[in-house]
Design a protein around this ligand. Structure first.
Ligand code: SAM
Ligand code: SF4
Ligand code: SF4
Length: 335
């Protein structure tokens, strides 16, 4: 059993969930039969206001965070997101402001977000085929709409990456066309192994396609070379094609090759709880002390203590055969 060395894990990356709601019902994330009309989403008064998010972000930047990523649920369901981005992008010490989105609302918003200071978007796209994509997103949304969003983001000058969750027997036929799509646009694509996030997506090990299998398939068409300049905490194993600088293929293999040892990420849920692991069953309530009027310095002490005490390594434990545990849903925690 490996022992995680806490000293190797500086905190660098904060994922901020701005809402637990979404206009999609991807089967691997928010199955429609669970997240239906009767599902209890967070009540409005529990959701952090922009000023509160900014204060928490500032405290985390004070202890080392350099990258902020907005997520959800679907972050573009949150009204006036550009106002929040403008506030976050001007925090001293922040190098990078990014967003993960399903892309369905990007066409109308890309320009405004770029002007507010957003640097990059990761657009989730699991298939180019409208029928396969419509089935996966659970609401029949067309891939064409997301593709338009990708092109709008590129036209607005945003950095763009594609995220593709791979599910056995569901979208394997789409993996090469998606790589070709990324190649044509000279952008990166990352294939993510289907994960056992939350408690509702019916995850089974047999539904996971190991990244290595996807790599072998892509290598039949592209001469992929491993990228060697890898930053600490990078979750994807990346490959590039010589002469195509923007096009990269990455693999996030948290099932077949866990990377907890390098994990440098904290998550802030929309209702103000900090999570030190994607698979945590409970979070640390930072909203209550904030709403009770604690100062920046007091919040800094709290988050610093929380990070120092952290010893998460769920994906490694899963590989070691740990029994399933109750977890928070990814749509709540922020992907
Ligand atoms: N709604 C936005 C989106 O879909 O991009 C942001 C939130 S979503 C939870 C963030 C990322 O998590 C997406 O790229 C999504 O594909 C990924 N994701 C969700 N459930 C997953 C699962 N069970 N396994 C692997 N990736 C998952
Ligand atoms: Fe919504 Fe993103 Fe989850 Fe799909 S993966 S249901 S788009 S939050
Ligand atoms: Fe980080 Fe937890 Fe994922 Fe391991 S399982 S990489 S500790 S978020």
């Amino acid at each position: 059993m490996s022992v995680t060395d806490k000293a190797q894990r500086p905190l660098r990356d904060l994922r901020i969930s701005v809402t637990d709601r979404c206009n999609f019902r991807c089967r691997y994330c928010m199955p429609a039969e669970i997240f239906g009309a009767n599902y209890a989403f967070l009540p409005r008064e529990e959701i952090l206001r922009f000023g509160e998010i900014e204060m928490i972000a500032r405290s985390l930047v004070s202890v080392g965070v350099r990258k902020l990523r907005l997520t959800g649920g679907e972050p573009l369901m949150r009204r006036d997101l550009d106002v929040l981005i403008r506030r976050l992008a001007t925090i001293e010490g922040v190098d990078d402001v990014a967003m993960t989105t399903n892309g369905s609302l990007l066409t109308a918003n890309a320009q405004k977000l770029a002007e507010a200071g957003l640097h990059r978007v990761t657009v989730s796209l699991d298939a180019l085929d409208n029928a396969i994509f419509g089935k996966m997103n659970g609401v029949g949304a067309k891939a064409d709409r997301v593709i338009e969003g990708v092109d709008a983001a590129l036209a607005a000058g945003l950095g763009v990456k594609i995220n593709t969750v791979v599910q056995k027997g569901i979208n394997e036929s789409e993996l090469l066309p998606l790589a070709q799509f990324a190649h044509e646009r000279n952008i990166s694509i990352r294939y993510i192994e289907f994960m056992d996030t939350g408690n509702t997506n019916g995850w089974k090990h047999e539904q996971v396609v190991p990244s290595l299998k996807v790599l072998e398939k892509l290598q039949e068409h592209f001469s992929l070379e491993p990228v060697t300049n890898v930053a600490i905490g990078e979750t994807a194993k990346r490959y590039h094609v010589e002469g195509h600088d923007g096009f990269e293929v990455g693999f996030i293999s948290s099932v077949s090759k866990p990377f907890c040892r390098d994990c440098n990420r904290m998550r802030l849920s929309a209702d103000g709880h900090l999570y030190t692991c994607l698979f945590a069953h409970s979070g640390y309530d930072i909203k209550t002390p904030l709403r009770e009027g604690e100062t920046h310095q007091q919040l800094v002490s709290r988050v610093s203590m929380l990070w120092r005490a952290r010893d998460d390594r769920y994906s490694e434990l899963r590989s070691e055969g740990m029994a399933p545990i109750a977890k928070k849903e990814m749509s709540y925690l922020g992907g």
